[in-house]
Design a protein around this ligand. Sequence first.
Ligand SMILES: Nc1ncnc2c1ncn2[C@@H]1O[C@H](COP(=O)(O)OP(=O)(O)O)[C@@H](O)[C@H]1O
Ligand SMILES: [Mg+2]
Length: 242
Amino acid sequence: MPLLEIRNLVVRYGEIEALRGVSIVVEQGQVVTLLGANGAGKSTTLRAISGLAKPAAGDILFDGHSIAGLGPEAIVRLGISHVPEGRRVFPGLTVKENIMLGASNRKVSASQISREADAMFDLFPDIRAFSDALGWTLSGGQLQMVAVARGLMAKPRLLLLDEPSLGLAPVIVQAVFRIISQIRKDTTVLLVEQNARMGLSVADHGFVLETGRIVLGGKPDELWGNEAIAAAYLGGHAKTHA
Ligand SMILES: Nc1ncnc2c1ncn2[C@@H]1O[C@H](COP(=O)(O)OP(=O)(O)O)[C@@H](O)[C@H]1O
Ligand SMILES: [Mg+2]
C-alpha cells in the first residue's frame, strides 16, 4: 500500500478550479517531486494534503485511510509535516526556539525536544551559530534551513516541502538538496519545485502539473528521456542522444 495516494482531487478557490482531478502516488521511503509552472497547482496540492485547502471532490489516502476533510492539526498528528512557501520564521524567538516549534504536535518532554533541536544543527551546521541568538539576521538559505529543520522536528512520516530552492543561490540550493538526500533514509518526501533539474536530481519519481492536471509522470530518467516533453515542461534542457 502506498504511503500517500491522491485520487482525482479537485480543489476550487471560488470560481477558480485550481486542481482538476489530480492523481498521485507516493510510496514509502521515496522522494517524489511535483514540477510545474507558476500557478499550475503545486502549492494547492500540498495544502490539500495538509488540510489547509478543502477538496471539492476526489480523495486523499494516507496509509490507506482517507484524510480528505480532516483539519490541519489532525493531519499533523498523523505524521504529515508541511514546510510552506516563504520560509516563515518568528523573529521574536531564537533560531532554536523556532525549530522547537515544529515538535508541538508530539507528546515528549521539553528537555527531549531541546536535545533533538540541538541535534538538528548537525544536519544544518550553517545555522548552529545563531542557535540561541535573538535579533539574528539570516540569509534566505539559512531561513530555509530553519524552516526545514522545524518541519523535521515533527518527526513526520511524510514531509511536504514547497519550493525550498526558491530565490536561493545555486550553492545554497545544493546544500538544501543535500539535506533532502540525507533525510530520505527516515522520511518520505513530497517536494514541489519549479527548478526541474534540481527537483529531479533527488527524486525517485516525478510528476508534472499543468493548470491543475497531471500531464506526465515517471522516473527522472524517463522524464528527461522524452525530449519533446523535457523541452516543453522541464526547461528545454533535454539530453540529446546520438
Ligand atoms: N487563495 C487563493 N485564492 C484564489 N485563487 C488561488 C489561491 N491560491 C491559489 N490560487 C490560484 O490557484 C491556482 C494554483 O495556484 P498554486 O497552487 O499556488 O500554484 P503553484 O504553487 O503551482 O504556483 C492559480 O491559478 C492561483 O492563482
Ligand atoms: Mg506554489
